[in-house]
Design a protein around this ligand. Structure first.
Ligand SMILES: Cc1cc2nc3c(=O)[nH]c(=O)nc-3n(C[C@H](O)[C@H](O)[C@H](O)COP(=O)(O)OP(=O)(O)OC[C@H]3O[C@@H](n4cnc5c(N)ncnc54)[C@H](O)[C@@H]3O)c2cc1C
Length: 459
């Protein structure tokens, strides 16, 4: 039994200077060879690990048989965003984790094959207009992230008239403004959004629901049901001394400036960004890796990633950690900032930190980081990026009577994905998701339940 075919990637010292893709994808020959490794299990555990229920052995079989157009057809039956998922899904903890081959050696490269089929389709197939019989009912989708796009796509295929309302001037949510082009190029996302537009889905940009229009306005305009997929865009802060000094960014602000506003091209584009020489990123998740690798690409001489646990506990995908290290990001483990220090003009110039150690595992198996006494030290920096996690977007719930949230700000939904407001459904990060595929899975389940709701005459 062979090993998984490795996808080729650009050299670290070349790629860490631009925003072009790091991974280069499979060639058709590599895809066919990798697809042939699939055992075509009758009981496919991989599919059970997929929140959007893709027929994984089904699409892989077509690749193995050199029938790529059929492979993408099978993928698209369930997944509206295969080129996105093939690039950013944590397959190692989803489908590939359950692949039977993973027990003895390496799993089939399901994500790599999904990416291959999707890219092949973009390059070789035209976006044909799907024939859909309208059912006369209208659904409003709030937010154009993966949850909203998935819910919209599934409902459009069932004949609903769909409008997506988005507060920003572009679609995709975090896929556009958070994840950088070197992992997910905008034109790849555009191509997936175009296939949704071909289903008749309409977009209204620069429209902040809650302020520009209310949920009640949408019902008054004739929408029969509403899906909320407003995500988790509210940054977490450390609440320590000096956090308001200049050149301390939240990761969200930093990435939005770069990815959405092209700030690294200032003054050609309107939005500026300070290009630090000596950048420190605080955190250990995907957002931290994206921020660190982005800072390097816009010219930082040194980028340190400060994390209070060790690499082993970092929540970022393994591949992102490897890529960051290869590109010259230095990991400063078991370290926590306690105070920021500024120069006379209130620009950050250093951080006081403490060293941490991990306790023995508690009942849940988790090792807690605790401060080592008298371990304080100074780390010099001229830009700090805080990538400490994101909280649910509070604007819509706070402006909508009856839309209840739990103690952490997540929308409360029932097992039908309906919020406390009749006819208003929700999914994705605003309702407790935390990955692209979870958001998509919730969007899909919500679409099923909206369809049932709108065809149940008792409502
Ligand atoms: C930098 C970064 C990197 C990540 N990397 C990965 C990764 O590699 N793999 C992975 O699986 N996950 C990753 N994640 C997590 C993943 O992106 C999210 O879980 C996912 O995007 C959530 O999807 P969503 O549709 O719920 O919300 P979002 O993607 O946040 O989209 C919500 C959309 O709603 C809009 N909106 C908000 N409020 C309103 C309103 N009131 N009216 C109208 N529109 C509104 C927002 O502008 C936004 O476009 C990453 C997250 C970040 C921040």
């Amino acid at each position: 039994m062979s090993q998984k075919i490795k996808m080729s990637e650009r050299q670290p010292n070349e790629r860490n200077k631009d925003f072009k893709q790091v991974n280069l994808g499979y060639t058709p020959e590599q895809a066919i060879e990798e697809a042939k490794r699939c055992l075509q299990c009758k009981k496919a555990f991989c599919t059970q690990g997929c929140p959007v229920e893709i027929n994984i052995p089904g699409f892989i079989k077509h690749i193995a048989e050199n029938n790529f157009s059929q492979a993408i057809k099978v993928l698209k039956e369930k997944n509206n965003l295969p080129a996105v998922c093939g690039r950013v899904c944590p397959q190692e903890s989803q489908c590939e984790k359950f692949c039977i081959l993973a027990k003895k050696q390496e799993s089939v490269g399901i994500g790599n094959l999904e990416r291959f089929a999707a890219d092949w389709a973009t390059a070789n197939l035209k976006n044909e207009k799907t024939e859909i019989t309208p059912n006369g009912k209208k659904v409003a989708i709030i937010g154009s992230g993966p949850a909203g796009l998935t819910c919209a796509g599934d409902l459009a295929k069932l004949g609903y008239d769909i409008t997506i309302f988005e507060s920003l001037h572009a679609s995709g949510g975090v896929l556009r403004y958070g994840i950088p082009d070197f992992r997910l190029p905008s034109n790849v996302l555009d191509a997936e959004v175009d296939t949704l537009k071909a289903l008749g889905i309409k977009f209204v940009f620069n429209c902040l629901i809650g302020r520009t229009k209310t949920i009640q306005d949408l019902f008054d305009e004739g929408f029969n049901a509403i899906f909320i997929g407003t995500g988790a865009g509210l940054p977490t802060f450390l609440n320590i001394e000096g956090e308001n000094y200049n050149n301390i960014y939240s990761a969200n602000e930093f990435l939005v400036r770069i990815n959405l506003m092209s700030a690294f091209k200032f003054p050609e584009f309107d939005t500026p960004i300070y290009k630090g020489k000596n950048v420190v990123v605080i955190g250990g998740g995907n957002t931290a890796m994206d921020s660190a690798r982005t800072a390097k690409r816009i010219g930082a001489e040194s980028v340190k990633l400060v994390y209070r646990r060790t690499q082993e506990e970092m929540p970022a995908r393994l591949e992102e950690r490897h890529h960051a290290l290869e590109e010259g990001i230095e990991f400063v483990e078991l370290t926590n900032p306690v105070k920021f220090i500024a120069d006379d003009t209130k620009f950050v110039k250093a951080m006081e930190c403490v060293k941490m150690q991990l306790t023995e595992p508690d009942a849940s198996g988790r090792r807690k980081p605790v401060v080592i006494k008298d371990s304080n030290f100074i780390l010099e920096t001229d830009v700090v990026i805080l990538a400490l996690g994101l909280n649910p977007n509070p604007i819509l719930p706070s402006l909508t009577k009856g839309l209840e949230t739990d103690g952490h700000g997540y929308l409360i939904i029932n097992d039908k994905f309906m919020t406390k407001l009749n006819g208003v459904f929700a999914g994705g990060d605003i309702a407790g998701g935390s990955t692209v595929i979870e958001a998509m899975g919730m969007g899909k389940q919500a679409a099923k339940n909206i369809h049932i709701f709108l065809n149940d005459n008792t409502n």
